[in-house]
Design a binder for this molecule. Structure first.
Ligand code: SF4
Ligand code: SF4
Length: 179
């Protein structure tokens, strides 16, 4: 496959600096509300904080890919004396938990790095993190030429089909399309 040079966007997370304030969750859900800023509900955020104040654990995690099946990962990690579950680090919208699912519809959520035209200087969660636990990084890399990416609609439809079956989704769309 052909290689191309491309700007890769990423966010570096310094969990030691996170204080669990949830400002990132609030701004992400509010930015993605329709109309924009019309509501804020961290359950709709594409970044979530794994939060356990008694254990001094505040771990920001970004929503990644949707997956049909849960994995078998049940390992425990002890880092700086704090115990984490393997799931704590996972970015997937997966059937075994409510994380990264739109609460009303159950449709998967995925971080879009706040894609916008014109481009933002930095993603909203990074801008709002006053503790500087999140840092936006752009770097040029040689990567394989882009494969067509699934858009939100395809990902959402795929998750509905996984849950309800193709025929029920088709019947529902046909019913809704009637004038
Ligand atoms: S805004 Fe920053 S400090 Fe606050 S919860 Fe999010 S990552 Fe942590
Ligand atoms: S980069 Fe944007 S879409 Fe992704 S979690 Fe942060 S605010 Fe949400």
């Amino acid at each position: 496959m052909a290689k191309v040079r491309k700007i890769v966007k990423s966010i570096t997370i310094d969990a030691d600096k996170c204080n669990g304030c949830k400002a990132c969750e609030v701004i992400c859900s509010s930015w993605h509300a329709t109309p924009r800023y019309s509501s804020n509900n961290p359950a709709r955020s594409r970044i979530r904080i794994v939060r356990s104040p008694l254990r001094d654990i505040y771990l920001p995690v970004y929503a990644g890919e949707y997956t049909v099946a849960e994995c078998t990962g049940r390992d425990k990690y002890i880092i700086d004396g704090k115990e984490y579950n393997e799931c704590d680090f996972c970015r997937a919208s997966c059937p075994s938990r409510d994380l990264f699912k739109e609460p009303d519809s159950g449709l998967p959520l995925k971080c879009d790095m706040c894609e916008e035209t014109p481009a933002l200087d930095k993603p909203k969660c990074v801008e709002w993190c006053l503790a500087e636990a999140l840092s936006y990084v752009e770097r040029e890399e040689e990567v394989e030429e882009d494969q067509p990416q699934l858009g939100d609609v395809e990902i959402g439809l795929g998750s509905l089909i996984d849950r309800h079956g193709l025929q029920q989704v088709l019947d529902t769309v046909a019913r809704m399309a009637k004038p």
